[in-house]
Design a protein around this ligand. Sequence first.
Ligand SMILES: NC(=O)C1=CN([C@@H]2O[C@H](COP(=O)(O)OP(=O)(O)OC[C@H]3O[C@@H](n4cnc5c(N)ncnc54)[C@H](O)[C@@H]3O)[C@@H](O)[C@H]2O)C=CC1
Ligand SMILES: NCC(=O)COP(=O)(O)O
Length: 356
Amino acid sequence: MSQLPHLAITMGDPAGIGSEVILKALADPTVTTDCHISIIGDRWLLKATYQHLLTQTDISLKELANPDNLSIIDCPGEVQVALGEGNFSTGAASFNFLTTAIDLTQQGKFQGIVTAPIAKNLWQQAGYNYPGQTEVLAEKAEVDRFGMLFAAKSPHNGWILRALLATTHIPLSQVPQALNPELMSRKLDLLLDSLSTDFGIDDATIAIAGLNPHSGEAGNLGTEEVTWLNSWLKKEQAKRPNTKLIGLIPPDTMWVKPGQAWFGNSGKTPSVADAYLALYHDQGLIPVKLMAFDCAVNTTIGLPFVRTSPDHGTAFDIAGKGVAEANSMKAAIELAVDIIKSRMKFSKSFVNSNSQ
Ligand SMILES: NC(=O)C1=CN([C@@H]2O[C@H](COP(=O)(O)OP(=O)(O)OC[C@H]3O[C@@H](n4cnc5c(N)ncnc54)[C@H](O)[C@@H]3O)[C@@H](O)[C@H]2O)C=CC1
Ligand SMILES: NCC(=O)COP(=O)(O)O
């Protein structure tokens, strides 16, 4: 039997660019050399998008995988779809694709799930009250310790940027109340575990951002740093002698060194961290997307199986036009395979060290 990992790729919202980036990614034979892939989606809709792209855009035959040659787990539904115009039925379909993929993974058919993008507001319209795919994955996997980590390899020099978000899909006004020492410790623990098992990095260096401008400027521009964040960091550093915690770094300047490392081609890498801990969604994702929009991968850490996703959304504005870039989807597939391999290696060395 083949030892290659088997991945599920969910089709995402059928009105978005999910199908296009999947077909483009799978047209590249290097993407599937190390894994088997099955698409969880609506076969008829996938074929309709394929035909549309071939006949209505400049895309050539060799740029797209032919759905007839792909393994598809068909989840047909009552979907009214026009590319670029999602509605409650496309939202419902994308929810069904995701939950089917999770069920099959939990039954052991897949080792990992790569998700194409969904439109969160259309899930709400369809009656699925979740802020995003991450929360569905965590709920179905029955974990309350999980996190949203972005990883990207620089095309300029191979340096890897990793950024974990301490809080995710909540209104900005709720961020200060959501943050507390217990949550921060849980996210830090999770990040260190993931660096070790998923990326093979022990004794990591982590950079941590403050919350306020200039990290509060000694309490003059916000008080969270002086009231608890600084003391939390001190305690964490004392507890973890093998980990280097750098912070609290003013949130704007935290991204200067990773920016230089990402774009640098001089061979000189500034002193950078193995991962960056941002306190809220846009504090982390504005810099990540500025540096790496075409290649970053979102991975949910803390799940019992691997989940990755491209960093972009449904892009309804360009759906069906043939111009969607598939690099981030390719990177999501590659990272899923890498993490599966890293977890296997980690569990083997764990078993070996315990049997000696
Ligand atoms: N993992 C997921 O399922 C994600 C879903 N979303 C959802 O996507 C929807 C749209 O979100 P936006 O913030 O507008 O982000 P978006 O990523 O869909 O689009 C932002 C801009 O980038 C362009 N773009 C996106 N992907 C591209 C690609 N592969 N190639 C070329 N251009 C690309 C779009 O045309 C648009 O101009 C929302 O409903 C959001 O909830 C957003 C991010 C992740
Ligand atoms: N901005 C990141 C994002 O929206 C990820 O959402 P999801 O993977 O939880 O669906």
